[in-house]
Ligand binder design. Sequence first.
Ligand SMILES: *Cc1c(COP(=O)(O)O)cnc(C)c1O
Length: 377
Amino acid sequence: MIDPAFDAASNRLTIDLAALVDNWRQMGRLSGKARAAAVLKADAYGIGLEPAAEALYAAGARDFFVANAEEGVDLRESVPEGRIYVLAGMWPGNEALFFDNGLVPIVNSEEQLAVYMAAVGEHGDHPCVLHVDTGMNRLGLTVEEALALANDPARPASFSPVLVMSHLACADDPSHALNRLQLERFRAVASAFEGIDASLANSAGIHHGPDFHFDLTRPGIAVYGGEALNDVANPMTPVVTAEARILQIRMAKAQDSASYGATAVLSRDTRIATVAIGYADGYHRSLSGSGVPLRRAVQAGGHGFVNGYHVPILGRVTMDLCLFDVTDLPENAVRAGDYVELFGHNVALDDTARAAGTIGYELLTGLGNRYERLYID
Ligand SMILES: *Cc1c(COP(=O)(O)O)cnc(C)c1O
């Protein structure tokens, strides 16, 4: 593919929309009888809302979750017929966005229920989702509130949830006792709202089997190629490849030091690749090879991959630049202008995240806007 801006970029992302769609279909198959939604919050986990939404819509996705109403408005253009659920819900002042753009508010509290009922009174009937907190203590009506609402004979007819949902706190750890407890609580709520679709599972929850699937699943990270479960080989296809260009190759002598703080003291004559990537690009400073507190807890810093070789980060990651130790590569294996893969098919997103003391979700959503992006399918 010829894309001069991409070929000349200092740093760049290749986003594989075919892999995105494959991953979504795989989560759909794993969801059994339930249909799979797609979670597109935070600019589709950093990969770009519009291309992600269009690819998934073309593949048949019709249920979409976003974080807030503004994201919903942006998404509406790409998914004319899709149902767009807004996780943050409605509050005084943003009601019109829901009615004007056909967005479905998720009702997260008694207060939001009152706002929704008032808005429906003014604008006319409109679907909503009821969110019940079964153990996270984050958002959602309490189980008691939800059951009281279900059994309230005075419940107004204009209260019309199309879905009742909850969210698992520990889905990434299938052995955690809270999963079963949340399931039991959610079952009670779902049966009290009989006839209304129910949704509990995110990516990780889908792996817990049919009990957790209900009518609609909400896969996010797995669709983007990230790990959902702890300590299990990731079955998904990488969607994002992040690369950055080597600006310079230089030699440094044994006993010299490298980067800020002089924390990387060289044990040998060292060949260094200076690469155009830094913490301003979401390549976290905590990936540094040395000189950051995290290195006491997680021994290995980040590493990259260039022309067939894995190369460790040397010293501190700086705002725009990062040093890689390329001493062990054959003489002519690497030169200025080559691209180092930061993560993708050769360096797992989640391995890089672990080296940074975080998770793939944070790495993806924090990439920033200096990358040139190429969408392929
Ligand atoms: C983000 C989110 C999801 C998707 O979770 P993943 O772990 O990325 O699959 C599902 N449901 C809710 C309520 C969320 O906030």
